[in-house]
Design a protein around this ligand. Structure first.
Ligand code: AVJ
Ligand code: FE
Length: 405
């Protein structure tokens, strides 16, 4: 297949996947907004459509379906114009879910028409933006899952949003790898991959002291032992900000998780189920991940340690289901690194420069990917980021240790 056909096929597949994901959700389900940090399914479906309409079609002279949609579906792009408040996205009963479906179909027509027939130089110019739009829609596919779980968790019947969603895979092994460190390179060089987000580059060198890193994620069983041991009430395990949040929120278990006697019960897209003790512990904030690592006699890896170790793995980021070392496909893994620009980082010119760069403040980097992440969206250099108290994402941890040289 030539590059044009590959791009077209990727576009179609990604757009179709969003619709397949949300198809089991009724218009009423799609309208729910559990909290300010989560958005309705319908909004995600509209926003990803707005992204293509605004950043790809608009500059080619294709006019939007409705000029007024920008106000509703612009998420955070100051350069594009004003926005409806994020916390009140659930109030947007219009357009209806059906109208959003029709809008998606219209934009898909226009996009496919453009990509199939534009001149080669235009295609060259549009390709990075289309790839960004595809990766963007993949990020929102994960958000559709996290946000519908947040909504269903507030329903007293605890309905399963997606009853067929696969449960977490237990990892009964226990191993760690020792790495020498030294001067290593991390990050992506421009043009090195068909697509990477701007925050993944430039490639640069980092000095690593000798370290060890675990070959699986911290488990539900390990978390239960921590909780049993009074972990949430032991100040010496906690960062100051973390302890303040634990006390203020009364946290005693990860998000959507509770202990029921010896059992640990979790609510996910598939509904409520008892977790296997060897399943990865998820729904943790950075603060809990840090305290849990400390209790286990370890620490969180830095993002450079994580990437250096993951790059040496034979793990296939694109496979479906978690990989052997659980680097990808199980849970996002908190790192001890704050989300900052790499040396030489420059956000792109124009509105898409707002995509990642302006959020490089007061957040932690997470690495890997989760069972909510769509296939093909993971790679060793990927930098996810959330503020430290965040626990409604599928977030867990991997341990690291210092080794003496
Ligand atoms: C990287 C997951 C924090 O959810 O705001 C979606 C992804 N960026 N649209 C977010 C994103 C633009 C982003 N996270
Ligand atoms: Fe977005």
């Amino acid at each position: 297949m030539d590059e044009r056909s590959v791009l077209l096929a990727r576009y179609r597949a990604t757009r179709a996947h969003t619709e397949r994901l949300s198809a089991p959700l009724s218009p009423e389900d799609q309208q729910l907004q559990a909290m300010a940090d989560a958005s309705p399914t319908k909004w995600h479906r509209g926003h990803t459509t707005w992204f293509f309409e605004t950043f790809v079609l608009g500059p080619q002279g294709v006019s939007p379906l409705d000029e007024r949609y920008g106000l509703l579906f612009n998420s955070y792009y100051e350069a594009v114009g004003p926005r409806h408040a994020r916390a009140h996205r659930g109030m947007l009963s219009r357009p209806t879910a059906q109208q959003v479906t029709a809008w998606r179909a219209r934009v898909d027509e226009q996009m496919q028409q453009l990509l199939a027939s534009c001149e080669e130089p235009v295609l060259q110019r549009l390709t990075p933006l289309v790839r960004l739009g595809i990766a963007h829609e993949e990020q929102h596919q994960e958000l559709i899952l996290t946000d519908i779980v947040a909504a269903m968790a507030l329903h007293p019947h605890k309905p399963a949003a997606l009853p067929d969603f696969p449960p977490d895979v237990p990892a009964p092994w226990k191993g760690r790898r020792e790495l020498e460190g030294g001067l290593v390179s991390i990050g992506v060089q421009p043009g090195e991959l068909p697509f990477a987000f701007d925050n993944e580059g430039p490639r640069h060198s980092v000095w690593l002291h000798p370290y060890a890193i675990s070959e699986r994620l911290v488990t539900v069983g390990e978390w239960a032992a921590f909780a049993e041991d009074g972990g949430y009430q032991t100040p010496s395990l906690w960062l100051s900000d973390g302890l303040a949040v634990v006390r203020a929120q009364g946290w005693e278990a990860p998000a959507y998780t509770r202990r029921e006697g010896r059992a640990v019960v979790h609510f996910g897209p598939e509904g409520e189920r008892e977790l296997h003790p060897d399943a990865p512990c998820t729904g943790l904030s950075f603060y809990e991940a840090d305290a849990l690592a400390t209790w286990l006699g370890a620490r969180l890896p830095t993002e450079a340690e994580w990437e250096h170790a993951a790059s040496a793995e034979r793990d296939e980021p694109d496979r479906i289901g978690p990989s052997m070392g659980q680097w990808y496909g199980a849970a996002w893994q908190w790192t001890r690194s704050s989300y900052a620009p790499y040396p030489g980082f420059r956000p792109a010119a124009g509105a898409v420069g707002e995509y990642n760069g302006k959020f490089m403040i007061d957040q932690q980097v997470l690495r890997g990917s989760s069972s909510y992440t769509p296939p093909g969206h993971s790679r060793p250099t990927y930098r996810n980021f959330w503020p430290s108290p965040t626990r409604f994402q599928k977030t867990g941890l991997r341990l690291a240790w210092d080794l003496s040289p």
